[in-house]
Design a protein around this ligand. Structure first.
Ligand SMILES: O=C[C@H](O)[C@H](O)[C@H](O)COP(=O)(O)O
Length: 710
């Protein structure tokens, strides 16, 4: 396949304004080579490398051999994913080993047959899927190299095969069971063969197995469910869906190029260290309240010397920083991730500048075009051809989070709990309902019916947070049949609603001391944060911080009516500047206030012993940490600010509910939760700071404020 890239100049570095260059036509092989060469940039001396199989991976293996020969790479150990790659590597003099000796790999580079928007892959149309999956599931970084023809909306939806490796014994039986498994989807299962007519015989893999190809008529649906169902069949060895394994996909082709000028897109997912992990649902959408924040940097204009990139967080233009109501707010997330962001961008584009300071919480990413961009034409002088084409025709999609479990792992999980196979609950199901069913996630979020069940990586810190949420949610679940609370007029004013249209909600008689604030603050966090970023919000505004602090610290006084307290809370919340005034959220807040009241009543009347659950101090927020550090570190400022600081310290600290069940019991519940798995420590690296995530997150322990607390 030949792809026209008319906008790319033959030699942009030397003659950028040269008029009417002939359009450059790249063949599919050339595109594969471009992607492969780009991936080899990730290779460093001393690495243990997974060497992929297929026509694209061949270019990468060749390139590695070449760089070894030139002495530009040293001490590489390759783990081949097929006999063919093994032979190729040996012929190039690449030292080889196996997984027995090297159970953890630094990097693997391999091609793929299909790549979807979540970096899920179909592999194995070359028949090497088993060894590939074995190798690529244990590498710290898995770089996938494809030409643009491999990009699909949904795996299998193009009608091409999903290969399944099966044992030869009674393969027809296994083939039939595979087909029956997806008969509702019109799936056809067919043994892969080679030769024709009388010479036709089964294709045999490197492991002496057969391949059954599955052909779907459309969308497979939930990939994890499909994966589990396939792996559960006796006789199946492995399937070719590589779910949540790729950390980077390099696509060579017209993607990343638009109109008359190059378009650069960098999709980044940044671990915000927040409990309640949900995977972003699409490349263009953020998922607030989840562990991952999706940032998209995009340049639609032709690249000039210095081009400002529009920055999106999901669909919200240019907001890199908005507010940090919780300790894991967006500001913090961005600040913490900025070094790694820069590092990443520099790897992706040869010359990237990111403004060191982000004025007013807005992020602007600047970059300049790659220097020395030279594209090879056939028949061109070899010297020029040695220059690897740069980024403009390459789209790099990165997954910054540690990769999820391989599908095999997920499968075991599902074996134990058939309930987990149910589709995710629909959007806006109250959290307590889902949690009371023993499953689900704390953050209400529209679930894509066909989306793969997210399976994320959480630390013990996240687990602890989640435990608190579970306890809270379970407590909130209790019902009563007390009287009704008529929503007061002022709420209507605040939210610009017509009071008569407001609902009535249950309410217990006011007039006693409560600790409403932690709950309301949490409610505020959970329900309001996702929707309400506005352009005019300045994250670093002093006032906002002060208001925020007051909001968190707000308490109901002895004898103060709930109505009065609620008004104060709402008014203060508005000043934090992120409060959404939409009807929905108003109702949600009112509902939550009443849920709190339920909880309080429950605790005071039915479970008096649990009243002390409110005695625990909340974890120190990062803002507080930063403030404390600042105050200790900068004595001069400390003196000047002394009055202020003292005042701050006098403010009551927020509290969160204490656990009232044993951690072990909760872990048991969480073990069934498809959203979580516990982070496993990485091997320490001598002389380097590290944390569990540092390899994948590209950060040091110093930056990793969540893991530091473990
Ligand atoms: O078994 C084959 C491998 O999974 C290949 O990586 C995959 O089929 C892609 O191959 P190619 O780069 O030749 O398109």
């Amino acid at each position: 396949m030949a792809i026209s890239l008319p906008h790319l100049n033959y030699s942009t570095a030397t003659t950028p304004t040269q008029p009417s260059q002939p359009p450059l036509i790249l063949t599919q092989d050339e595109l594969k080579k471009i992607a492969a060469y780009k991936a080899v940039d990730f290779v460093e001396s001393g690495m243990v490398l997974g060497l992929g199989t297929g026509s694209t991976a061949t270019f990468a293996v060749d390139r590695i051999g070449e760089l070894l020969k030139q002495g530009k790479l040293k001490n590489i150990i390759g783990i081949p994913t097929s006999k063919k790659t093994q032979q190729q590597a040996l012929s190039l003099g690449i030292p080889l080993s196996d997984l027995d000796s090297h159970p953890v790999l630094d990097l693997a580079i391999d091609g793929a047959d299909e790549v979807d928007g979540s970096l899920n892959l179909v592999k194995g149309r070359g028949g090497s899927l088993l060894r590939e999956k074995m190798v690529e599931s244990v590498c710290k970084q898995f770089v996938v190299i494809v030409d643009e023809s491999k990009i699909v909306h949904h795996l299998g939806s193009t009608g091409a095969s999903i290969p399944i490796e099966v044992i030869p014994f009674c393969w027809k039986f296994t083939e039939m069971r595979l087909q029956n498994l997806f008969k509702d989807l019109g799936c056809v299962a067919k043994l892969r063969t080679i030769g024709e007519g009388q010479n036709e015989k089964p294709f045999v893999t490197d492991n002496a197995n057969y391949i059954v190809n599955l052909y779907f008529k459309g969308d497979i649906g939930d990939l994890n469910v499909a994966s589990d169902a396939i792996l559960r069949l006796p006789g199946v060895v492995e399937h070719g869906m590589f779910l949540n394994m790729a950390t980077t996909v390099i696509v060579a082709g017209e993607l990343g190029v638009t109109g008359d000028g190059p378009k650069c897109v960098i999709d980044l997912e940044i671990d915000m260290g927040v409990a309640g992990a949900l995977q972003p649902r699409s490349l263009q959408r953020e998922n607030w309240g989840s562990s991952f924040l999706k940032l998209t940097f995009e340049a639609n204009e032709p690249v000039k010397d210095e081009t400002s990139l529009n920055t999106y967080i999901g669909s919200i233009n240019h907001h890199l920083s908005a507010y940090s109501l919780s300790s894991y707010g967006l500001n913090d997330a961005f600040d913490k991730s900025r070094p790694s962001l820069m590092m990443r961008c520099r790897r992706i584009m040869s010359s990237v500048k990111i403004t060191e300071k982000l004025p007013n919480g807005q992020g602007t990413l600047y970059f300049t075009p790659a220097k020395g961009l030279t594209l090879c034409r056939q028949g061109q002088a070899p010297k020029e051809c040695e220059v690897v084409p740069e980024n403009f025709q390459i789209l790099v999609r990165d997954r910054l989070e540690p990769r999820g479990a391989a599908s095999r792992g997920a499968s075991r999980h599902h074996h134990n709990d058939p309930q987990e196979e149910e589709p995710r609950p629909p959007s806006r199901v109250p959290v307590r309902k889902r949690l009371s069913e023993g499953r689900g996630n704390h953050i209400p979020c529209p679930a894509r019916q066909t989306a793969p069940a997210p399976r994320q990586y959480v630390t013990h810190e996240h687990m602890d947070q989640r435990i608190k949420e579970l306890i809270e949610a379970q407590a909130l679940c209790s019902k009563d049949d007390l009287g009704k609370f008529q929503v007061p007029r002022f709420i209507g004013v605040i939210f610009k609603l017509k009071p008569h249209s407001l609902p009535t909600v249950r309410y217990e008689s006011p007039g006693r001391t409560t600790l409403l604030d932690p709950f309301l603050t949490r409610i505020f966090n959970l329900y309001f944060r996702p929707k309400n970023l506005r352009k005019d919000v300045y994250a670093h505004s002093k006032d906002k911080e002060e208001n925020l602090y007051s909001l968190i610290s707000l308490k109901q006084y002895q004898g103060e009516k709930l109505e009065v307290f609620t008004r104060k809370f709402f008014e203060l919340a508005r000043k934090v500047d992120n409060l959404d005034r939409s009807e929905d959220n108003c109702f949600e807040m009112i509902e939550k206030v009443n849920e709190y009241i339920d909880l309080e009543r429950m605790m005071s009347e039915r479970h008096k012993s649990t009243k002390n659950v409110l005695a625990m101090k909340s974890p120190t927020t990062d803002k507080e940490n930063e403030r404390n550090c600042d105050e200790q570190g900068d004595k001069k400022r400390s003196k000047i600010d002394n009055g202020k600081s003292r005042k701050r310290n006098l403010l009551p600290k927020p509290v969160l509910p204490k656990l009232n069940v044993k951690i072990l019991e909760i872990y048991h519940i969480l073990a069934k939760d498809n959203f979580f798995r516990v982070a496993q420590p990485l091997e320490p690296i001598e002389g380097k700071l590290y944390c569990k995530h540092h390899k994948v997150m590209y950060h040091k322990t110093d930056w990793c404020y969540a893991v530091q607390r473990l």
